[in-house]
Write a protein that binds this ligand. Structure first.
Ligand code: ASP
Ligand code: MG
Length: 422
């Protein structure tokens, strides 16, 4: 038994869905296939829900765009307009449209989960119908019936206890050898849809493997495996053949975009191997993540662009100590702002964050009650795991180093790009 997880890029058009079929059909084992929304659908649905929540009638254009994107794929996959798959997908769009024709509640995060989750419903309905049409008898499972979470809309936490038996019952492999289900979504005790945080489908795959006691999870991606740097910023990247759970957690935590940070822990707990493979070259072995014997000290580089460095000073000239930190963290939690790096001195606290302008001005407003705040944007955060002097020098060419933090394995640096002319 295996879990295969396919992200948005691996189902972004009809050709990609056919490629998915070719990969799935070659499996000799029973499969749980976890799928994300098609292409950039989640971003489109985020725009849709924002308009809808503001009661801006432009949501209709946004809805049409999402619908036609999916129906273009459906049209290429199913020649016969009466195919049951087409009717099912039409029905799901009708359901969403019906919902959008009602006024929103006052809770944006709730509305977000009810609407954005349709991306995964659409993709899995289409893929499942296609697999059946071409002769693979797969079964569609609504993961919301078995993956139970708390009520924290947009960042829901899985309730492992409640989910355990429900998941086992749904994925019994008695009625099918292949199950197709959604990543990223779940439901709370009231059966209302929740989502697990952006890019959460990897995590769903890991949680299902954990609950079903499987030995392997494979994440199919558009990259050859886990690389030691993003090819966007580095031209001589190395693919890591094997890495340890701990290295994978650290790399994901610091921002390697290949695996969602929460994915590894449930796998590590039961020694479930995670294989990251390329759906473009499905015969390549990719990267395998496993126990500490897999650790190799190859330097990895993580670049986060568009960073903000914020400095927070207590107004009453008190020191940065526990009482001030409690207040500061309280504000960041309230605004769901994630801190990428933090450092304190006697009289100031520095944090490095993604430049999220929908949240930063609000957190500053709150902070201003007790603190003065200064900030600089347009910065980069560079992390090197297994650094040495040569790797540090390499990344600091033409950069002004504003802040650094290091431990034995990892260095993090907030830098300002000085441009190529200076
Ligand atoms: N579709 C969701 C997202 O784009 C979940 C995922 O792709 O993992 O965030
Ligand atoms: Mg996605």
């Amino acid at each position: 038994m295996l879990v295969y997880k396919f992200g948005g890029a691996s189902v972004k058009n009809a050709e990609a869905v056919k490629n998915l079929y070719n990969i799935v059909k070659n499996s000799t084992q029973n499969l749980v296939v976890v799928i994300s929304a098609m292409g950039k659908t989640t971003n489109s649905l985020e725009r849709l829900v924002t308009l809808y929540f503001k009661k801006n009638s432009k949501w209709k254009d946004s809805f049409k765009e999402i619908k036609s994107f999916h129906f273009e794929i459906v049209g290429e996959l199913f020649a016969d307009k009466d195919d049951a798959g087409i009717q099912d997908i039409q029905h799901r769009f009708d359901q969403l449209e019906e919902r959008l024709s009602q006024d929103p509640s006052l809770n944006f995060n709730f509305e977000y989960d009810q609407i954005v989750s349709y991306g995964e419903i659409f993709s899995t309905v289409i893929v499942n119908a296609y697999l059946n049409k071409v002769g693979l008898a797969s079964k569609w499972i609504d993961i919301r019936r078995c993956l139970k979470t708390d009520n924290h809309y947009r960042e829901a936490q899985i309730n492992f206890e409640l989910s355990q038996q429900l998941v086992k019952d749904s994925f019994s492999f008695k009625d099918s050898k292949i199950y197709v289900t959604q990543g990223f979504i779940g439901s709370n005790e009231n059966n209302l849809t929740t989502t697990l945080g952006r890019e959460g489908s990897d995590y769903t795959a890991a949680v299902l493997a954990f609950l079903l006691n499987l030995k392997h999870v494979t994440i199919w991606k558009d990259v050859p495996g886990v690389l030691n740097a993003d090819p966007k910023w580095f031209d001589d990247t190395i693919k890591l053949d094997k890495i340890s759970y701990l290295d994978a957690i650290e790399l994901a935590y610091y921002g390697t975009s290949v695996i969602h940070p929460k994915t590894i822990q449930p796998l590590q707990h039961k020694g479930i191997k995670l294989n990251v493979r390329s759906f473009l070259n499905p015969d390549d072995p990719g990267t395998v993540i496993g126990d500490s014997s897999y650790s190799k000290l190859i330097p990895s580089f993580i670049f986060k662009m568009d960073q903000v460095l914020m400095q927070i000073f207590p107004r009453d000239f008190s020191f940065i100590a526990e009482d001030n930190l409690v207040k500061i963290f309280g504000y960041f939690v309230r605004h769901a702002l994630k801190i990428n790096l933090m450092q304190n001195s006697a009289v100031s606290f520095k944090v490095c964050l993604n430049n999220d302008q929908s949240r930063i001005p609000n957190v500053i407003d709150d902070l201003n009650e007790h603190f003065d705040v200064s900030y600089e944007n347009g910065l980069e955060l560079i992390t090197i795991r297994y650094y040495d002097n040569a790797t540090i020098e390499r990344v600091l060419v033409n950069k002004d180093l504003l802040l650094e933090q290091r431990n034995k394995q990892t260095i993090q640096m907030v830098v300002k790009d000085l441009g190529s002319n200076t």
